[in-house]
Structure formats: structure tokens, C-alpha cells
Design a protein around this ligand. Structure first.
Ligand code: 26Q
Length: 827
């Protein structure tokens, strides 16, 4: 360091801090962006402001990393192929407490902060629940002062942009970096070599000891981009490190000299394709080669980075590795990390199998996010053999040792051995990544109580018998900083004015709201703020889609990925039922409803896309039918994203969480909506079960079959046609869809949906229909009683304390990671 005092910084702290944010902002605008007041665009303002805030973060960021290093603390490494961060500016302003100062600075120049915040492109590097969970967890880990690193891929294209054309989903690339990204720091000096393909040589040394050499590989570089993760009102700033692929050679001189210019750059493109695009599926579909490359690419880079950091304090021994690193695997997507760490420890660091295995199993934890058996990730042996030959050897060895152990310890037959094996036999041998994860980790957890039980009892019962001590539950949560404080400032403000603002760091404090349900004035304010949120959403929809909506109608909201098991189609059946009742009796006295849908379907998931088309088709008919007298509207809001969620959720009255019981691992939208005062209509699935426990049966609308009843029904001969024949309203709805009532000009397009329901109805829509309709009728009635509804709305918010991601993270820290908070002092 240039300075002789003990300061770790080059510049004087006093100088930087007394230097006003306003000056810094002006300097960025002038000297970095080279703009003056006449030429600056709103986008320039966004950039200059973000860079000024980033400057303020940097000192804490460096300090945090420094303290973690010198104190040699245990860190959490969260490995995830997805981080659905959304926008960063608003969040940083709130967490660092700069919001009002920035408002004032911009006001002077005639700008409104919210408009500037609106210029930021979402960081959409994820599909849905699992990716957003990773982002909520980063926020909570920083806020709780836990030393943590997120590792992932810096996709050039995030989740596709959804457009609607003639009611159909169309996909456009999400070129999120096209205007630059003020938050990330490119770490030019940080890059690692990632090996692919090649062969494995067996080497015997003079002592007769075997070792393995992975040679003749084709290599790619992983380069690091860091994004700061500030905690709320704390000095901790953790790091999200995303890897980008870079060719080891810009250029093949060999090809170039042969006169083939295009071939000379082609290899570069092939290598750099690895970090090009996020796979837009949110369930496992097929074993795509590039996906495996992505997985290994980021896993290998991250492990090399973790080991480099470990060696700074422990150059000579790996003994303490598991005491310094807890690595959490976000689903099976990064599970190739298990053989990779084994390979590094044995082949590169010279450890023996037993020592390497002890370290590996002690280090890793695995979170499962899916119950659907066909969604469990498998890779064909032939693909692994080609791409990662040494890893395949190690996986075989892990399997062999595990099964041998089982055979000696238990009396098991070959059938059970077959079910436990990592290798699935068949015409094409497959590696079951979940089995590898359970065997190679010390902890496996589900994401809600019901889900964790299903894992133990139904999905992995044999593993549970062998390793009961490995199975945990950590119920998901969401960060209240983004999902209430930032997304819903009016209600958040009302809450803070009434009970103080401790809830922002300790969500259980919301309990204090319970007594305010009896305060008529408070209820009026609550309603008024919810109403103004609805008005804001209405204005947005009017601008974007030209649809006029009524803020006094019930906003009945289903926002999530489109999936058959999430049963958006069941919601549609209810909407058509209401429509028919109103057609029969236009003067029917019902609570007016605006039914809103938003969500993306995987581009190749035809059934899901057809449901989107159906929603748009029924909207077209219902919204323009004069008989309905505006008592029912159906709206599909295109391009659901974190930012759109932040607009919809604060405006919702009713939250639809209607998955077939046993299929939704947890859900997190359910928590976000309830935290914003929406009442839930839901099945006994995922975290709904625990939400009911918290808010009480009177404050949530539960309907439908239970998970074990669904399982039983499926085992018996479930005949959906019986339900159709017996229920007049249901029959009429189905006949309308099949009779092209909503698609006169495109006859037959929805017939596959109908056929599937009548023949199979895998997700039991018909079995739950009557119960759903009955519950919705009760909901409609209650909505007419404004005071009763408002009381329940307040109680829901008051009792959401459990569902903070702060609680989830404390659970992980204690049950699985064994990490402690580290306070960061600024000297
Ligand atoms: C796997 C292999 C190849 C390509 C894609 C995938 C893939 C990608 C994303 C598989 C699954 C996902 C995402 C799953 C997901 O979001 N699951 C949700 O996780 C939430 C957080 O735990 C839960 O609340 C939801 O219930 C669960 O559906």
C-alpha cells in the first residue's frame, strides 16, 4: 500500500465521505458519461446515480472482503445456475439508506427518482422460484452479516422477453447488457481454465501408487464479474460472482495461416457460447449438451476460486477446508461439483480417496426444489464420458463404494440396490444427479415442511432409511426489504408509522399489527393505500394494453410460471363459470372481479402456451360482452418479471395458489402476495400448509384434495369424465371450450386441452373443481363486506413473520452450514 498508516485505502476516508453524493453524481455525469444538463437522458441519470451509489458501496465491500479474509471466517458459497435479481438501484438505495437524499438531489434537476429507477433493465438471470429464492437469500445473508458468496453464470441473454401476438406467447431475446451494467466489476485478473473432453491416463509412480491424469482437453477460460450485495443498514457487502466464458485463444493462427479466416474465429465462438443464454425451462427437459457444459463450467471455476481463497490462509493442508467453506447446491444443477471437488483434491492436491471424501461430504449441502419424478435431472453416461471422462470414473467409484457399504450394513435385495444406485440401467445408462447429491452431501433439504416429508417418505425413502440424519426441512422465505418495503412503500409506510420499522430487519415484529385490526381509522388507511396501489396498476395496464379496469373490483391474481400442475386452467374454469352465471342473469349481484394472469411458459411447452392463448381468448370475449356490465374482466399481463411482480403484488386482493396438492414444492409468490395483504385461495400444497398454520383457518381459503388423497385418487381408477357428467356447470364450461365459443375463428385449437382433461386429467382439475367453485363463491361474498375483508388482510400481513428469508437463512446457518455472523466495523 502506498500509505504508511494502517488504513487499507488509497484515498482518505474523510475526504470521500464528506464529498457529497450530489457532487459525485455530477462528476460521473460530466466526466464519465460526458454529458451536460442539455444532453443528459434519463438513462444517463440512471447510470450516473448508480455509479455514485456503487462508489459508496465499494468501501464497505472491500472492507467486508478484507475482514472475512484476515479473520479467516467460515463462508457460505451459494452455487446456483440462476439468480433472478431484478433491479438493483432501488434496493441499494433502501438497504444503504440513501433513498431520500437521492430524491432531493434529482428533484433539484427536475427528475423524479422513481422514473430514473424505472430505467434499469432487470437482471433476469433466472426462470422463477428457484432463481428468485437465491436472490432473496443473498439479501438476507448480507443483512444478517453472514460471510457469503453467490456463484453463477453471467448469461449474455437472461430469461426471454415474452410478447403476446394474437393471444399467443412469442419469445424475444433479453439483451440485458446492451446499455451496459453499472453494477458489475469485471475482474480482469481473475480467470480460471476449465477443461472439457480429452482422455484419462493412468500413471503408476515408483512406489506403485496409482494416479490419474486428464489430458488432451479442450479448454475454456472463466472470467469473473462481481456484483455487490449490500445488506440492510449494515456494513456487510457480500459478493455475487458470475462467470463468463472466454476462449483460451482469440484466434487460431493455424487456421488463419491456412487462409481460412472464418474458421480461425469459429472456435472462439464455440467456447464463448457456454455463457450465452439461460435455459428457459423450469423443469428438467432432456439432456442438452450445452447445459451440462454450463453446469461444469461454473462449478469448476467456482471451486477453483474457493480453493484459491482457502489456500491464502491454509497453504499446506486441506484439513480445515470444511470448517472454512459451506457450499450449498441449488438443486441438482451444480451437483457435478461433488466429483469435481474429489478430482481436484485427489488428482491435483494428492489427497487419498478417504480424506477427499470426508472433506467433500462435510462441505456440500443440497437443496431439492422438485417433487415431480420426471423433473429429476439425469445425464446419460455417454455424454458424461465424452465431456468429463474423469468425473464419470469418480462417479462410478462413489457408487461402487456406496453400494458396497449398503450391502455389508443392511440386508437388501438387488431391487433396492437398483433403486439406490446412482446409475439408472436401461437402453441408455443414466446418472441420477439427485442420488449423487444425497450420497455426496452431509445435508439434503426440502423447501417446505410438506415437501420435505414427501422427499423422505415418497421420493427417496430408501435413502432416508440409510441416512436419516441427512434429511432436513428449511421452509422458503422472501425478503421483506424488496417485497414490502420497496415494492409497496405506502403500506410499508403506514406499518412503520403505526408499529415502528423494526419489521424491516425482524419480520416477526409485524405481529404488532394484530391489535390494529380493531382500529377503524387504521383499516380505512389500509384500504385507501391498497386502493391507490390498484389505481397505479390500472394506470400501468391502461398505458401498456389500453384496457380500462375498475379499482373497486376484486383483483384476483395468479402470477407464476405456466405449468400444468400450477393449474392456471382451473382458474380459467372458474372464470368461465362466473361468465355463464352472469350471462344467465346479467343482474346477478356478485362482487365484481378483475382476474389477472401473468407468467411465462417454457418455449417448447405447448400445453402451457395453449393455456396462455386460452386466457387471452376468453378475455377478448368476456371483456367486450355488454351483458357482463364490467362485473368480470380477464387480463393477461405480458412479460412477467421481478419488476412487473413488484407492480402487481401490492395491488392484489386475492392470491391464487391452486396447484395440485403434492406438486408445488413450496411456492414463494404465495408469501409475497400475503405479505402485501392479499388473501389466499389455495390447496394444501407447499408452503400454503404452513401459511394456514400461521394465519389461522379463518383467514385463508383452503380447498381441494390433500396430497395423500391426490396420490390415492391417482392409484385408483380416476375417471375425470364422471365429474364432467355429474356437474352441470363444469360440463357447460368444458362444452363451451370444445365448442369453440372463445375461438370462433380458430376452431379446434383448444381441443387437446379438453381431450386431456376428459381422458387423463393428470393434475385432477375436475376432482377439485366443485370445491374450488364453492370456495370462490364464499370469497366473493366476503369481499362485499369491506371491513371483514380488511381485517383478514391486516391479519395476514401481521402473521407472515415466519416467511422472511431471514428466518430461512438462520435455519440454514444453524442446521446445515454452521456459520456465524461477522460484524464489519469500518475502522
Ligand atoms: C434443469 C435441467 C435443464 C434445464 C433446466 C433445468 C431447470 C431449471 C430451473 C429445472 C428447474 C428449474 C427451476 C425450478 C424451480 O424454480 N422450482 C421452484 O423452486 C421454488 C423455490 O424453492 C419453489 O418455491 C417452487 O415450488 C419450485 O417449483
Amino acid at each position: 500500500m502506498a500509505k504508511t498508516d494502517t488504513s487499507m485505502f488509497f484515498t482518505d476516508r474523510e475526504t470521500l465521505e464528506s464529498y457529497s453524493l450530489s457532487n459525485q453524481f455530477a462528476e460521473h455525469l460530466e466526466f464519465v458519461l460526458v454529458k451536460d444538463r442539455f444532453t443528459a437522458t434519463a438513462n444517463d441519470i440512471y447510470f450516473a446515480l448508480s455509479m455514485s451509489i456503487r462508489d459508496r458501496l465499494i468501501r464497505k465491500w472491500l472492507r467486508t472482503q478484507h475482514i472475512h479474509k484476515v479473520k479467516d471466517v467460515k463462508r457460505v458459497y451459494y452455487l446456483s445456475l440462476e439468480f433472478l435479481m431484478g433491479r438493483l438501484l432501488g434496493n441499494a438505495l433502501i438497504n444503504m439508506d440513501y433513498y431520500s437524499e437521492c430524491q432531493q438531489i434529482l428533484e433539484k434537476d427536475g427528475y423524479v427518482l422513481e422514473d430514473i429507477i424505472d430505467k434499469e433493465h432487470d437482471m433476469g438471470l433466472g426462470n422463477g422460484g428457484l432463481g428468485r429464492l437465491a436472490s432473496c437469500f443473498l439479501d438476507s445473508m448480507a443483512t444478517l452479516d453472514l460471510p457469503a458468496f453467490g456463484y453463477g453464470i453471467r448469461y449474455e441473454f437472461g430469461i426471454f422477453k415474452q410478447g403476446i401476438e394474437h393471444g399467443n406467447q412469442v419469445e424475444y431475446p433479453d439483451n440485458w447488457l446492451s446499455f451496459g451494467n453499472p453494477w458489475e466489476i469485471f475482474r480482469r485478473e481473475l480467470s480460471y481454465r476449465i477443461k472439457f473432453y480429452g482422455k484419462v491416463d493412468t500413471v503408476v509412480n515408483e512406489q506403485g501408487k496409482l494416479s490419474f491424469k486428464w489430458t488432451e482437453t479442450e479448454d475454456v477460460l472463466a472470467t469473473a464479474y462481481d456484483t455487490p450485495v449490500p445488506g440492510y443498514k449494515t456494513n456487510t457487502v457480500n459478493n455475487l460472482r458470475l462467470w463468463q466464458a472466454k476462449a483460451t485463444q482469440e484466434f487460431s493462427f493455424h487456421d488463419f495461416n491456412q487462409g481460412n479466416y472464418l474458421a480461425a474465429v469459429e472456435n472462439k465462438n464455440v467456447s464463448e457460447n457456454i455463457s450465452k443464454v439461460l435455459y428457459p425451462n423450469d423443469t428438467y427437459i432432456g439432456g442438452k449438451f450445452l447445459r451440462l457444459k454450463q453446469q461444469y463450467f461454473f462449478v469448476s471455476a467456482s471451486l477453483q476460486d474457493i480453493i484459491r481463497k482457502y489456500k491464502i490462509n491454509h497453504p499446506a493442508s486441506f484439513k480445515e477446508f470444511a470448517d472454512k467453506a459451506a457450499i450449498q447446491l441449488n438443486d441438482t444443477h451444480p451437483v457435478i461439483a461433488i466429483p469435481e471437488l474429489m478430482r481436484i483434491l485427489m488428482d491435483e492436491e494428492g489427497l487419498g480417496w478417504d480424506e477427499a471424501w470426508r472433506i467433500t461430504t462435510k462441505t456440500f449441502g443440497y437443496t431439492n426444489h422438485t417433487v415431480v419424478p420426471e423433473a429429476l435431472e439425469e445425464w446419460s453416461v455417454s455424454i458424461l464420458e465424452e465431456l468429463l471422462p474423469r468425473h464419470l470414473q469418480i462417479i462410478y467409484e462413489i457408487n461402487q463404494r456406496f453400494l458396497d457399504g449398503v450391502r455389508t450394513k443392511y440386508k437388501v435385495d438387488d431391487n433396492i440396490i437398483k433403486q439406490l444406485s446412482i446409475i439408472k440401467e436401461g437402453p441408455e445408462k443414466k446418472i441420477r444427479m439427485a442420488h449423487l447429491a444425497i450420497i455426496g452431501c452431509h445435508a439434503i433439504n426440502g423447501v417446505a415442511a410438506l415437501h420435505s416429508d414427501i422427499l423422505k417418505n415418497d421420493i427417496f425413502p430408501h435413502f432416508y432409511k440409510i441416512f436419516p440424519e441427512k434429511f432436513f426441512n428449511v421452509t422458503n422465505g422472501i425478503t421483506q426489504r424488496r417485497w414490502l418495503r420497496a415494492a409497496n412503500p405506502s403500506v410499508a409506510g403506514l406499518i412503520s408509522d403505526s408499529i415502528g420499522d423494526e419489521w424491516i430487519k425482524d419480520l416477526s415484529k409485524l405481529k404488532k399489527l394484530e391489535k390494529l385490526t380493531g382500529d377503524a381509522q387504521f383499516r380505512d388507511s389500509w384500504r385507501a393505500y391498497k386502493w391507490s396501489n390498484k389505481k397505479e396498476l390500472i394506470d400501468y395496464i391502461k398505458t401498456e394494453q389500453g384496457i380500462i379496469l375498475d379499482p373497486d373490483s376484486m383483483f384476483d391474481v395468479q402470477v407464476k410460471r405456466f405449468h400444468e400442475y400450477k393449474r392456471q386452467l382451473l382458474n380459467v374454469l372458474h372464470v368461465i363459470t362466473l361468465y355463464n352465471r352472469l350471462k344467465d342473469n346479467p343482474d346477478l349481484n356478485i362482487s365484481p372481479r378483475t382476474v389477472m394472469f401473468a407468467g411465462k411458459a417454457a418455449p417448447a411447452y405447448l400445453q402451457a402456451k395453449l393455456v396462455i392463448k386460452l386466457i387471452n381468448s376468453i378475455g377478448e370475449i368476456i371483456n367486450n360482452d355488454p351483458d357482463i356490465k364490467d362485473k368480470l374482466k380477464v387480463v393477461f399481463l405480458p412479460n412477467y418479471s421481478v419488476t412487473l411482480a413488484e407492480k402487481i403484488i401490492p395491488a392484489a386482493d386475492l392470491s391464487e395458489q391452486i396447484s395440485t396438492a403434492g406438486f408445488e414444492a413450496s411456492g414463494t409468490g404465495n408469501m409475497k402476495l400475503a405479505l402485501n395483504g392479499a388473501l389466499t385461495v389455495g390447496t394444501m400444497d407447499g408452503a400454503n400448509v404452513e401459511m394456514r398454520e400461521e394465519v389461522g383457518d379463518d383467514n385463508i381459503f383452503i380447498f381441494g384434495l390433500l396430497a395423500d388423497e391426490v396420490a390415492k385418487l391417482k392409484k385408483s381408477k380416476y375417471n375425470p369424465r364422471e365429474y364432467y357428467e355429474k356437474d352441470e356447470e363444469l360440463k357447460r364450461v368444458i362444452d363451451m371450450i370444445s365448442g369453440n365459443y372463445f375461438n370462433r375463428f380458430e376452431p379446434g385449437i383448444f381441443q387437446i386441452l379438453v381431450d386431456d382433461l376428459l381422458k387423463t386429467d393428470y393434475y385432477c382439475l375436475f376432482a377439485d373443481y366443485a370445491s374450488y367453485i364453492k370456495t370462490q363463491d364464499a370469497i366473493g361474498e366476503l369481499f362485499a363486506d369491506k371491513d371483514a375483508w380488511t381485517k383478514k388482510s391486516i391479519l395476514n400481513v401481521a402473521r407472515m413473520g415466519k416467511f422472511s428469508s431471514d428466518r430461512s437463512i438462520r435455519d440454514y446457518a444453524q442446521l446445515i452450514w454452521n456459520v456465524k455472523p461477522v460484524k464489519i466495523d469500518i475502522e
